[in-house]
Ligand binder design. Sequence first.
Ligand code: DLL
Length: 437
Amino acid sequence: MTARGDGHIMVAPEIERLDRTSLARLQLDRLRQTLDRAYACVPHYRAAFDAAKVRPDHLKSLADLARFPFTVKTDLRDNYPFGLFAVPRDQVVRLHASSGTTGKPTVVGYTARDIDTWAGVMARSLACAGVRPGDVVHNALGYGMFTGGLGFHYGAERLGCTVTPASGGQTERQIGLMRDFGAQVLVSTPSYALNLAEVAERMGVDLAASPLRVGLLGAEPWSETMRAELDRRLGFAAVDSYGLSEIIGPGVAMECHLRVGLHAWEDHFLFEVVDPQTLEPLPMGEEGELVVTTLTKEALPMVRYRTRDITRLDPEPCACGRTHLRILRVTGRDDDMLIIRGVNLYPSQMESVLVGFPGIAPQYQLVVARQGALDHLTVEVEALEPDSEDERGLLAARVRHHLKSQLGVSSEVIVRLPGELPRSEGKAVRVRDLRRG
Ligand code: DLL
């Protein structure tokens, strides 16, 4: 661990600043081991590699990975619950699972060494974001089957912080705990951070004047305008945090205090971006679907996992000194993209032009319905003040015009009264899609 003059800590400087040639060598070595393990221990991978006529010893360079088959979410579901595990079940010390809104949940497992690796990348991520040993970390991510709560918990303890395992919900109580314990760090989803900000304001607690310094926010798409809003209302620097259960949970990538993309931990994960339609690898820097391969995971090695997340990679070393690739803000999942009368739209793009619009609160919900042969979008926002129906009608017209001019999308806008839209307790549900019944 090294500390810089400005108080920032680097947990694994020899790895975080490793030159790219050595990093590629380390990746190739670990990738070979991962493919060997997957082929030898997981019947699904053996069958998939055989079908694609590739064997682990065909991998001579990192580019050869493109010859190997992808893994997708349904592979986990089809092998429910433990079929993709590469170790006997009694070596798995922890299970997590996704909520599984459609069909079976996806189950992920960790050996004791995986848990240790996870705590390590989390501690590294927290420090990268500007958290310091001794900080009071208020963790408002859900504890339980979701990877968020426990992932950050272990990392914060590993870094030497004092953790408040608040989990989600009981928002007023959480504000009291943050105030009384002098929280310096908040961990939550961006939408729940907004909920906390609103409730604190209502309770008369000025979190912006509290010791709160850093917000580690992630688990859902959000926008730069939401970041500015949260920075202002909570008096901290909000940084973006990315991860997914199938790969490890949070701890895949984290922004540093410069907030110019998320440092992706390449000694543990290998990143590709592919064209979501053709599935061909894209040149560095182009936008497409992020594909991740694990390099050190024991219980659940993932080979070319298609995340469905749309982003770009930036290979330039960061001014903070770290050499690992940066993932640029994830706009959304390709399956969350709406096509409204020919215009492609991610909910986070809508957020980026709604938040900060005069007269409305930064709360919104999108309702998509079928009207004849066309998709119809209704945008529900909230007035800042309890305006009359006429006033809200005028405000709606202004918002509708703004959305059309900024995004080119035609929509119906409804301005609700303050507090009418549902508040997030974790991952916000932004879209109600009435087309899917
Ligand atoms: O959300 C892990 C996590 C917890 C990440 C806490 C960060 C903080 P899952 O529940 O498996 O895991 O959901 C993963 O959430 O594929 C993305 O679509 C989305 N996601 C996660 N982080 C971000 C982010 C956790 N920073 C899925 N920006 C991913 C945009 C994100 N989307």
